[in-house]
Design a protein around this ligand. Structure first.
Ligand code: PMP
Length: 361
């Protein structure tokens, strides 16, 4: 079976062994005569997978003591609301570093819940081509928290050095770059990510949160939205997305087998470097709008001289078996999403295609 070269921005390609295992086990898991999808979330078979998935998260990210891992639903978008519902109290204000469309959405939702402000924005004419420098941040030392989006999926920018936010808790939307490399979790108050890019299928949101923040969170909001509800029930307060968690477990096992996040980072850097070299090698044809220091290793965006050429590029690439390259509908251009599971051979194919496209000599 030929696998399509899939550069989708999310849901995105997943490691083949993780899918093949799901295929083998789909109708009968562990000789139970039932699919994992048909098992109770309170039964032994699912519970073991659930706990293994939580444990693998802790292991791969070296989550320190004093932090909990939660499995939630509602996408990263729900966290835009749930973070301020829990952590932004009356009389407090939260700071947002606005670096793209998703960061803006997070700020907008927080403003519905309480007081929130942009402590920096790099928006120029509706576009973002970099993340801000430390000197540009107008941080409120009394803020309840500072929110960042570590990788901006649409504009293809990424924070390579975390902002210094002093003693204020740092909250990060890592939906499009969680586990792309090892991480010092202790630098964060809370991390959240929709699973559907680096980690697995959609339907699961992974939250890593400092227990102090959970304990101090509001308790006058609906039970289902309180982090403590999920922390105190091992993320089994209600029916979790069992199949998503099962596949997430399979994906994390593959990352572990590949050598952990250090090995994952090496490969991700090599893939991104190959692509940026291919863009920079033909300045007549390709232009990366993002400033070099802010270039993403996960979503690589570039333009061609005209929209017609971009259309032709996308069409020819598709004919050559490569899909998912169209830039986000709000910005156009080309976007190559090379999450953890995209093999370097796919990037090599694309780079070869880019080198030959419209070559006249
Ligand atoms: N944050 C980022 C950085 C994203 O890339 C996305 C989706 N692409 C979201 C949030 C929204 O995620 P969801 O669709 O899971 O709500």
């Amino acid at each position: 079976m030929a696998r399509t070269i899939n550069f989708n921005p999310g849901p995105a390609t997943l490691p083949l062994p993780a899918l093949e295992r799901a295929q083998r086990e789909l109708l009968d898991i562990e000789g139970s005569g039932m699919s994992i999808i048909e098992h109770s979330h309170r039964g032994k078979i699912f519970e073991a997978i659930h706990n293994e998935a939580l444990e693998l998260t802790r292991e791969l990210l070296a989550v320190p003591k004093g932090y909990s891992v939660l499995f939630l639903q509602g996408g990263a978008s729900q966290q835009f609301a749930v973070v301020p519902m829990n952590l932004l109290k009356p009389g407090q204000s939260a700071d947002f570093l606005v670096t793209g469309v998703w960061a803006k959405s997070a700020l907008k939702e927080a403003k519905i819940v309480g007081t929130a402000r942009a402590a920096a924005t790099t928006e120029v004419d509706g576009k973002f081509v970099r993340v801000p420098k430390q000197s540009e941040l107008e941080l409120d030392p009394n803020a309840a928290y500072v929110h960042i989006t570590t990788n901006n999926t649409i504009f293809g920018t990424q924070w390579h050095t975390l902002p210094d936010v002093g003693r204020v808790p740092l909250i990060a939307d890592m939906s499009s770059d969680i586990m792309w490399r090892p991480l010092d979790v202790a630098k964060f108050g809370l991390i959240y990510a929709g699973a559907q890019k680096n980690l697995g299928p959609s339907g699961l949101v992974v939250v890593i949160v400092k227990d102090e923040l959970v304990d101090a969170g509001r308790s006058d909001i609906p039970t289902i939205f309180q982090y403590r509800t999920h922390r105190d029930t091992n993320s089994l307060y209600h029916t979790p997305p069992t199949f998503s968690i099962y596949l997430y477990r399979n994906v994390l096992l593959e990352m572990k087998r590949a050598g952990g996040l250090g090995a994952v980072e090496k490969l991700n850097r090599a893939k991104a470097e190959l692509l940026y070299q291919a863009i920079d090698a033909r300045p007549d044809l390709y232009r990366a709008p993002v400033e070099k220091a802010s270039r993403s290793t996960m979503n690589i965006v570039f333009n061609l001289p005209t929209e017609e050429l971009e259309k032709e590029f996308l069409k020819s690439a598709e004919q050559a078996g490569m899909v998912g390259l169209k830039g986000h509908r709000s910005v156009g251009g080309v976007r190559v999403s090379i999450y953890n599971a995209a093999p370097i051979a796919w990037v090599e194919s694309l780079v070869a295609f880019m080198a030959e496209f419209k070559r006249t000599t």
